[in-house]
Ligand binder design. Structure first.
Ligand SMILES: C[S@@+](CC[C@H](N)C(=O)[O-])C[C@H]1O[C@@H](n2cnc3c(N)ncnc32)[C@H](O)[C@@H]1O
Length: 212
């Protein structure tokens, strides 16, 4: 069955559907599909291990189809303050109109604070216990050149300063990156890498776990 395009934007985002599944593409390349979200869900289970605070403050970057958000809401239940930053108002609109039912099921996202903003321009006056990013395919900007400032040393230092003491920054990636690990370490983080093997696919995704 062919993918059917149901929406697109002037800045290169497209939403497709096929047989109850969804796919978001940017500039003709797949950014996220609903077929496999094991590693996106794993961000939440790893985060749960990283904090034993009764009500952690969590900042998530990149809504996409909403699977990571759904996984955090399942993992932490009502016991977390979750802020979701998504830079595209179209993605937020598609989530509400189409993809939310697919990813979130019966869960209630009404307690999530949604902010439509580029996370690289976000200067909160609060600190977070967890910051988790899945905005590109890893520490390499594919959703706009400005995203590179999330992964270079000044950007990593900025994220470091947005975390509480003992806070954790998690970065989803489709590839391993020694240079990212080195830059995160020089920015003050202790870094471990969790490999997530994708069942039936024969490929591996990575979660960089950076603690203050
Ligand atoms: C790979 S998708 C996220 C997939 C998501 N983890 C899921 O479960 O569906 C990346 C998302 O990040 C958003 N994004 C990209 N750059 C961003 C930025 N600088 N600030 C906020 N959102 C961004 C994109 O518009 C897209 O919605």
């Amino acid at each position: 069955m062919e993918w059917a395009k149901i929406a697109s934007t002037s800045d290169g985002l497209e939403l497709f559907t096929r047989d109850g599944e969804y796919l978001v593409a940017v500039d003709g390349k797949e950014l996220m599909s609903s077929y496999c979200h094991v590693s996106e869900d794993t961000l939440a289970t790893v985060s749960r291990r990283c904090t034993n605070l009764p009500r952690p403050k969590i900042l998530l970057g990149g809504l996409g189809l909403g699977f990571t958000l759904a996984a955090y809401l399942k993992e932490f239940g009502p016991d977390a303050d979750v802020t979701m930053i998504e830079k595209s108002s179209d993605i937020l609109d598609w989530y509400r109109r189409y993809t939310k039912r697919n990813s979130l099921g019966d869960l209630d996202d009404s307690k999530v604070r949604f902010i439509c903003k580029d996370i690289s321009q976000y200067n909160p006056d609060e600190r977070f216990d967890i910051i988790a990013l899945d905005v590109d395919n890893g520490p390499e900007a594919i959703c706009g050149i400005d995203n590179q400032t999330l992964y270079d040393r000044p950007g990593l230092k900025r994220i470091f300063d947005q975390l509480t003491p003992n806070g954790t920054f998690l970065l989803w990636s489709a590839f391993d990156s020694d240079s990212f690990v080195a830059d995160a370490k020089s920015s003050g983080f202790q870094v471990t890498t969790e490999k997530v093997d994708i069942p039936g696919e024969g490929w591996t995704h990575y979660i960089f776990i950076c603690t203050t």
